[in-house]
Design a protein around this ligand. Structure first.
Ligand code: NAI
Length: 483
């Protein structure tokens, strides 16, 4: 079989396949969905453009989608997050060889440039024969943004000129759309018209979707996978609890115990990060803008402070907010010598990397890929000093480590698969709005993971169910319940 793809090295496929095999064992939810639906093929005819970290777990997701009948094209949603052996295994497929790949077209490798990144995103939306996909599976919303902005600018007849206000990435993005418009001035309009829906993985991407829905600009129905309870209360929290310190250890190997670790943001991701740092014996400080989350952090025993007040104390700083400019260049200059600065939120603008590079006299030294020392010149009483920035400010659990482990991703990706089936098989039942999966499916995803952990669920009697006003088979909680 011959198909286009671009990955680092197909000879890594065997190593990737071994990891996939072990991951499958740790992904009971995804595997049982594979079993349940492989005969009925609900995704037959689905052409899914996937933009999500190209890891081992994602390769298991890809092979689940294809087992259910889908065709896919895949890119990563971050320049550093690809595991090259997983990308190779997905291209080669379980039955192929590096010389005769039988898997799926993947366009992803660890360490893409921004130009390459947007080219790869363009590739997943450009299907052979001039067609487009009919479904998007997104993480962070970049593939969805390309279709929306592309269509908006095509209808305006031009891409707005690049200005000094644009980030480097947005300038690269505009350039890509300019190129595609020069080739085909209707490309994105046609692709947008062919898409039945998008399923979105993360908080930041979901935020973008609600903005589009609010202004009436959302082009197709969307399912917010992030806010399934079995996604955000597990992946964002327990996933980051695992992968934050994995990233810190692989990048720096500093002892975390006893250090002052500052976690900016105490939402789902922040809660997992704070817990893992505390588990290692760090003295955790939380910063928050939301009084409820600040109070939660205080009740858990963390000190809650303003970032300005702990700059000189913190040994490790982690941003988890999904907001921008949370750690500014001015903050970084004031930090302790060799403080570690990392972001685990979706985009790199939580830490002002552009501002850091503009500080007069600042010097950047590569310690190893995705670990950089930024040295500030002596100034006033302060001698020369430096900070260590991970993954250039991009999400460090995927840049410096391999992201979340399989078991937690099985929950997230079971939701993704169910959401794809839902939107693909029920056209017309969803408007151009953002939906969450119904609670009985959320409970189903959780249920699929209980046996593997030896959990024995208590069963309600009919009388008990009546007494608390639920069905014996669930759902067990009202919509407004917060877990
Ligand atoms: P969330 O909305 O639950 O939490 C973010 C918290 O940050 C909120 O409590 C908010 O009040 C707080 N915050 C906002 N601005 C702040 C500021 N200037 N200073 C201090 N706190 C501030 O969102 P969630 O689900 O925790 O996600 C956070 C980010 O992490 C998002 O970008 C999301 O896409 C990303 N994410 C990354 C993952 C990874 O593996 N790296 C996994 C899951 C989510």
């Amino acid at each position: 079989m011959s198909f286009d793809h671009k990955v680092r090295d197909l000879s890594l496929a065997e190593a990737g396949r071994h990891q996939l095999r072990l991951a499958e064992h740790e992904m009971p939810g995804l595997m049982s969905i594979r079993e349940e639906f492989s005969e009925s093929q609900p995704l037959k005819g689905a052409k899914i453009a996937g933009s999500l970290h190209m890891t081992v777990q994602t390769a298991v997701l890809i092979e689940t989608l294809t087992a259910l009948g889908a065709e896919v094209r895949w890119a990563s949603c971050n320049i550093y997050s690809t595991q090259d052996e997983a990308a190779a295994a997905a291209v080669v497929g379980p039955d192929g060889t590096p010389e005769d790949p039988q898997g799926v077209p993947v366009f992803a490798w660890k360490g893409e440039t921004l130009e390459e990144y947007w080219d790869c995103t363009n590739q997943i939306l450009t299907w052979p024969g001039g067609d487009g996909p009919n479904m998007i599976l997104d993480d962070g919303g970049d593939a969805t943004m390309l279709v929306h902005k592309g269509m908006e600018w095509e209808q305006a007849g031009q891409v707005p000129p690049t200005t000094d206000e644009d980030s480097e990435e947005f300038a690269v993005f505009k350039e890509l759309v300019r190129r595609t418009m020069a080739d085909d001035p209707q490309k994105w309009t046609k692709i947008g018209a062919g898409i039945k829906g998008v399923t979105e993985e993360t908080t930041t991407g979901v935020h973008r979707l609600y903005e589009l829905a609010k202004t009436g600009d959302l082009l197709f129905p969307a399912i917010n996978v992030n806010d399934s309870v079995t996604k955000s209360k597990f992946d964002n929290k327990y996933g980051c609890r695992h992968s934050l310190i994995d990233g810190l250890n692989r990048a720096t190997d500093v002892l975390i115990g006893g250090k002052v670790a500052v976690v900016c943001g105490y939402g789902d991701v922040g809660k997992g990060c704070a817990q893992s740092l505390a588990g290692q014996g760090a003295r955790v400080v939380v910063t928050e803008i939301d009084p409820i989350c600040a109070l939660q952090a205080a009740m858990e025993g963390y000190r809650v402070a303003r970032l300005e007040d702990v700059l000189a104390e913190g040994d490790i700083f982690v941003t988890t907010t999904g907001n921008f400019d949370v750690i500014t260049a001015e903050h970084m200059v004031q930090m302790k010598d060799k403080a570690i600065v990392a972001n685990i939120g979706h985009f790199d603008n939580e830490i002002d990397m552009a501002g850091l590079a503009k500080i007069e006299g600042v010097k950047k030294t590569e310690i190893k890929p995705q670990v950089h020392e930024w040295t500030f010149p002596a100034s006033g009483d302060r001698p020369e000093h430096s900070i260590i920035v991970l993954s250039e400010g991009r999400l460090m659990n995927l840049g410096n480590a391999t992201g979340h482990p399989s078991f937690v991703m099985s929950n997230s990706f079971a939701n993704q698969t169910i959401a794809q089936i839902e939107l693909f098989t029920k056209p017309g039942e969803y408007d151009k709005q953002v939906y969450v999966l119904p609670k009985h499916l959320d409970e189903k995803v959780a249920r699929l993971h209980l046996d593997a952990l030896g959990v024995r669920l208590t069963e309600l009697t009919k009388e008990q169910a009546d007494y608390i006003g639920v069905d014996v088979a669930g759902p067990y909680k009202p919509e407004h319940y917060r877990y």
